[in-house]
Unconditional design. Structure first.
Length: 95
């Protein structure tokens, strides 16, 4: 198995996972619009959380693929990106 095969296999799984993330987010958004009151707001908020979390999960997935293929430069860049996002989240919580 070549390095390209190792990197390509997780990408196929990633495409499938992202498809289902879009389906879940769309379903939650429609359900949030249809449900009345506090329940609808909570379901719509869950849809927003799914939309926000999916790129971060994609970066984690890519870091794992880069780790397996030995591309340490991209592993470092991905970890730095997650650190910046975590720092922004922590700063938002403090202010």
């Amino acid at each position: 198995m070549t390095t390209g095969d190792l990197a390509r296999e997780p990408m196929d799984q990633l495409v499938s996972a992202l498809f289902w993330v879009v389906v879940v987010a769309a379903g939650l958004a429609v359900l949030g619009l249809a449900l009345p009151g506090e329940v609808g707001v909570a379901v719509a908020a869950a849809a927003v959380v799914v939309v926000i979390a999916s790129p971060l999960l994609r970066v984690l997935w890519l870091i794992a693929a880069w780790w397996r293929s030995g591309d340490w430069r991209f592993v470092g860049i991905g970890c730095a990106l997650l650190a910046v996002v975590a720092g922004g989240f922590a700063l938002a919580l403090l202010t």
